[in-house]
Design a protein around this ligand. Structure first.
Ligand code: ZN
Length: 137
């Protein structure tokens, strides 16, 4: 039973990574450490999602297809406004910020979906063109 589930998940990850590689010219992923997350309460969903497996598949499929694949340091990518590049006062931060799915930048007034904003920042970092340097706090 367990092997069957594992195989089905692996198959789904192969299809998903293939789709991404066929569709994209470059792929950037955050350096979420599945080993670190395993120690938190998010462990089950992280393990079920097969993060590590997906990254490995993307890595070799991109290499084979001649597509850029980079792992990006995702520190502050959730908190930085992808529109103006600031770390606004209104950003989601700390433990309480984890539940915030949507927020409005107090610097420029743009409203962000948490994940899309972070993805934009990861893409910008991949391109080496963050609007401003992310400060060390
Ligand atoms: Zn802003």
């Amino acid at each position: 039973m367990h092997a069957k589930i594992a195989n089905r998940r692996k198959d789904a990850l192969h299809k998903f990574s293939r789709k991404l590689v066929n569709r994209c010219g470059e792929i950037y992923v955050g350096n979420v450490s599945s080993l670190k997350l395993v120690k938190t309460t998010m462990a089950k969903s992280v393990l079920d999602a097969g993060w590590g497996q997906l990254k490995t598949m993307l890595d070799y499929k991109c290499a084979h297809a001649g597509i850029v694949f980079k792992e990006i340091d995702e520190a502050y990518t959730t908190q930085t406004c992808s529109s103006c590049g600031s770390l606004p006062e209104s950003r989601p931060k700390g433990i309480t910020g984890l539940g915030i799915r949507e927020w409005t930048c107090s610097g420029c007034g743009v409203t962000h979906d948490r994940d899309i904003n972070a993805a934009r920042n990861i893409l910008a970092a991949g391109h080496g063109r963050l609007a401003v340097e992310i400060p060390v706090l």
